[in-house]
Design a protein around this ligand. Structure first.
Ligand code: UT7
Length: 330
């Protein structure tokens, strides 16, 4: 195989306009700003309204990522949308392709919940490595507000909506330095958004299940325990593949689930606080969008600079978890 490298050449993000702060949530469920802030670090989240769409948000984030990469949508070979909340169960990537006018690009959805961005980044990289495609748009976007039980204080306080995107391109040197992906379906029961088909009799003796989904169901304690144990392990493995040590990481971008998880993982890895990117106070847990959203903000704020080494790690439903170590820019 040819020796083709990968570079992440641009990023973008988009958020809905509507804010919901912790105080407002106290009108819905028995909770308090103090409880949410101390247990999670979240202060507010953004929510899509009825007329906004996942594909609209994702398209906006994509346009910014494409512009910051200095390419045009028509140059894209592939679009991967990591989401668990498409506008269309058949997939929303093609709608984004159409809205971007990226007529040459093949487009499809990838589902790996809150690990979706890391799984998608690695998937996109394989197409470039093999020489099949050169320019790939990788989007992480979710609108979990559509699927939350707004009466369940154990989950509704956590989630927000958003979209983030990056452009990956074939490059002389390889900037994707190492990765590791993991799945464990035996723990699926701890976090899911399960289809619960309604029994329907079509004809005498012919039964089908009519499509219906339960809201997000989560055992917070188990997911917390899983994240704090497995995320440091998977980052260690990815660092090993990258032939790097933990002190060579410039920035740690974890899936923005809970500030206590971010702190515990950083502590276990011995990564100082100033290297940990956190924006969950503003947006809550935006699922597949959280890593590219945090990455894009940090790049635009001038924190992440060309050649900085970033360790990104996603974790969540499946259960799935994974880490990717990359060097920003070409
Ligand atoms: O993308 C990955 C998705 N998920 C995660 O990463 C979630 C990981 N887990 C977590 O972040 C935490 O487990 C939570 C934030 C969800 C919960 O925090 P916790 O410290 O594990 O709280 P807990 O579930 O043990 O609940 C402690 C107490 C309970 O009351 P009692 O039994 O001690 O009287 C809960 O009923 O807090 C109560 N509680 C609340 N109180 C006020 C649970 N939710 C709330 C709430 N407001 N929203």
């Amino acid at each position: 195989m040819q020796n083709i490298g990968i570079a992440i050449t641009g990023s973008g993000s988009a958020l809905p306009a509507t804010f919901l702060d912790n105080q407002a949530l106290t009108k819905l469920v028995d909770t308090s700003d103090e409880w949410i802030t101390t247990r999670t670090g979240i202060r507010q989240r953004r929510l899509v309204n009825q007329s906004e769409s996942l594909s609209g948000l994702a398209t906006l984030a994509s346009q910014k990522a494409i512009a910051s990469s200095g390419i045009s949508p028509q140059e894209l070979d592939l679009i991967i949308l990591a989401t668990s909340t498409p506008d269309d169960m058949f997939g929303s990537a093609c709608q984004i392709q159409a809205q971007l006018g990226a007529h040459k690009a093949v487009a499809f959805d990838l589902t790996a919940a809150c690990s979706g961005f890391v799984f998608g980044l690695v998937t996109a990289a394989q197409y470039i490595k093999t020489g099949v495609y050169k320019k790939v748009l990788m989007i992480g976007a979710d609108v979990l507000s559509r699927w939350v039980d707004w009466q369940d204080r154990g989950t509704c306080i956590l989630f927000g909506d958003g979209a983030g995107a990056v452009v990956l391109q074939a490059n002389e040197s390889d900037r994707l330095l190492g990765f590791e992906l993991k799945s464990d379906g035996t723990q699926n029961k701890y976090l899911n958004l399960a289809c619960t088909p309604e029994p329907t009799e079509l004809l005498p003796g012919v039964h089908v299940g009519k499509g219906n989904f339960q809201p997000i169901t989560m055992n917070g304690k188990e997911v917390y325990r899983f994240a704090v144990q497995k995320v440091p392990e998977v980052i260690d493995k990815a660092l090993f593949h990258a032939n790097l040590t933990v002190d060579q990481i410039d920035w740690l971008i974890l899936h923005q689930a809970n500030q206590r998880i971010l702190d515990a993982v950083a502590q276990r890895l011995n990564i100082p606080e100033h290297k940990v990117i956190s924006n969950l106070a503003e947006y809550g847990n935006t699922s597949a969008a959280s890593i590219p959203l945090a990455l894009d903000e940090a790049v635009r704020q001038g924190k992440i600079k060309p050649n900085d080494i970033v360790a990104a790690s996603g974790f969540g439903a499946g259960l799935t978890w994974g880490a990717a170590i990359f060097q920003w820019g070409r």
